[in-house]
Design a protein around this ligand. Structure first.
Ligand SMILES: Cc1cc2nc3c(=O)[nH]c(=O)nc-3n(C[C@H](O)[C@H](O)[C@H](O)COP(=O)(O)OP(=O)(O)OC[C@H]3O[C@@H](n4cnc5c(N)ncnc54)[C@H](O)[C@@H]3O)c2cc1C
Length: 429
């Protein structure tokens, strides 16, 4: 394993996370956005381009949360399958939610192009491997529904043709989603930050919001550097929400660690054999792995939720490496150069949220799929502030429930991970 600290995200090599020069904190502005990940920057960019004076508060360095650490898979995933969602909410609502995912993915592609953000965006497609034979049948039914209901060109690949998608025999076939792709999350974040700042928003790194209270017809936000008054506030802190600062949100999002390893550069022929189409890859497990080639096609970046119970990067790396080898035994002996992690935010009903509570706007709870959702719903929150009809979202109707017996301290997560791991081993889906 390499000489540089193992836990530095691979993405930070091309897009190092930088300190912001310290700027003056206004006494008053139109809108304060809290959190400088994709959601916060998207809200700020929308507001500042509409002529609002905007200050963004970030407790660490901008991007230091999940937005520069993720797998870069532009899935816009909804964790509840389309069939189940129709059973739960009816066809129209299922179509509205999934349809918004489709619109959000397309909008992301348009945004990257129009803004000229150089972030290796590519519509490479995603292959989801069926871990059990019955799941292949389920993937086939889901693909058929997506084609029929939403015009998404999903299709299945049987096990005997699977080598055209991925160089493993571990899956029982799988499904391809050509509408999903990948980008370099660090470069994408950097592009958003540059555009937000050059449009006139002031981004303050190392400036945590420590409290919020009503003041006149707006809000007063406290920071260690002083207070700011603003008419509107957007909270976009997702998996990094601080319980004492924002208890309402903290009771509604559960931070869950997700981690990724990067292999050393691999032989070109080997890469072609293992990932012949350069697809993003997922699996049907509860505790699924997600993986992909690095944008330059030289390495495999392999992520998952397991093994997060230790802070030792070496142990985390070894844990994920075992799963990587189960899929690609050919990688035995290959070095792991990076192993990093970050927090995603899960919600009670597993749906992402854009919400307004007591006058404060929230965009959070992206359930591990915020590359598409955070940017999209951060923008929706801003459009709502602007009174723009485009701020309407299929997620408006979704209630944002607090989790029972939860005050923002996720004591039950290790037990939950064990439980889902047990269900995976038993084949309970
Ligand atoms: C390892 C990993 C892999 C992932 N892979 C994928 C993937 O492949 N595809 C996908 O779609 N999604 C993926 N995700 C999820 C995705 O990264 C997130 O959903 C998305 O980045 C959320 O963006 P955000 O702006 O809401 O939050 P973040 O980027 O987490 O930003 C929140 C920010 O709020 C700041 N903050 C918190 N409290 C305060 C405060 N009091 N004051 C000021 N600032 C504060 C934090 O410091 C942080 O920077 C992954 C996440 C991880 C961790």
């Amino acid at each position: 394993m390499g000489a540089r600290p193992l836990d530095t995200p691979y993405w930070w090599e091309a897009a190092p996370i930088e300190e912001q020069p310290q700027r003056e904190l206004a006494k008053r502005c139109d809108a304060i956005v809290i959190g400088a990940g994709y959601a916060g920057l998207s809200a700020a960019l929308t507001l500042v381009r509409a002529g609002r004076e905007v200050h963004v508060l970030e407790k660490d360095r901008p991007g230091e949360g999940a937005s520069s650490r993720n797998g870069g898979i532009t899935s816009g995933n909804i964790r509840i399958g389309f069939r189940r969602m129709m059973d739960m909410f009816g066809r129209e609502r299922a179509r509205a939610i999934y349809g918004e995912g489709k619109a959000a993915r397309e909008d992301l592609a348009r945004f990257v192009l129009e803004e000229g953000i150089d972030c290796d965006y590519s519509l490479a497609g995603r292959f989801t491997g069926a871990v059990r034979p019955a799941q292949y049948e389920k993937l086939a039914r889901e693909a058929e529904l997506l084609r029929r209901e939403l015009g998404i060109d999903a299709y299945v690949v049987p096990r005997d043709e699977q080598h055209t998608e991925i160089g493993t025999a571990i899956y029982h076939g799988g499904a391809v989603r050509p509408d999903i792709g990948g980008l370099h999350p660090g470069l994408f974040h950097r592009g958003m930050l540059e555009r937000t700042e050059s449009a006139g928003a002031v981004v303050h790194g190392r400036t945590p919001a420590i409290g919020l209270r009503r003041e006149g017809d707006g809000f007063e936000v406290g920071t260690p550097r002083g207070k700011i008054l603003a008419r509107d506030v957007v909270i976009a802190t997702n998996g990094y929400t601080v319980r004492h600062a924002f208890p309402w949100l903290a009771r509604r999002v559960v931070p869950v660690a997700s981690q990724i390893i990067a292999t050393e550069p691999l032989d070109t022929e080997l890469m072609k054999r293992l990932m012949p189409k350069g697809r993003m890859i997922g699996e049907t497990r509860h505790l699924y792995h997600y993986y992909r080639p690095s944008p330059d096609g030289t390495r495999i970046l392999f992520g998952g939720r397991r093994g997060a119970q230790t802070d030792d990067p070496q142990k985390k790396a070894e844990h994920l490496y075992r799963y990587l080898l189960a899929i690609f035994p050919e990688l035995a002996g290959v070095g792991i150069t990076h192993c990093w992690w970050g927090y995603v935010a899960m919600t009670y009903d597993q749906l992402p949220k854009v919400a307004r509570h007591e006058g404060v706007h929230y965009a959070a709870g992206f359930c591990g799929s915020g590359v598409v959702w955070a940017r999209w719903l951060g923008r929706k929150a801003a459009l709502k502030i602007l009174g723009d009809a485009d701020g309407a979202s299929a997620f408006d109707a979704a209630s944002f429930h607090a989790l029972p017996l939860y005050d923002g301290r996720p004591w039950f997560v290790p037990a939950g991970i064990l439980w889902y791991g047990f269900k995976d081993r038993m084949g309970w889906y």
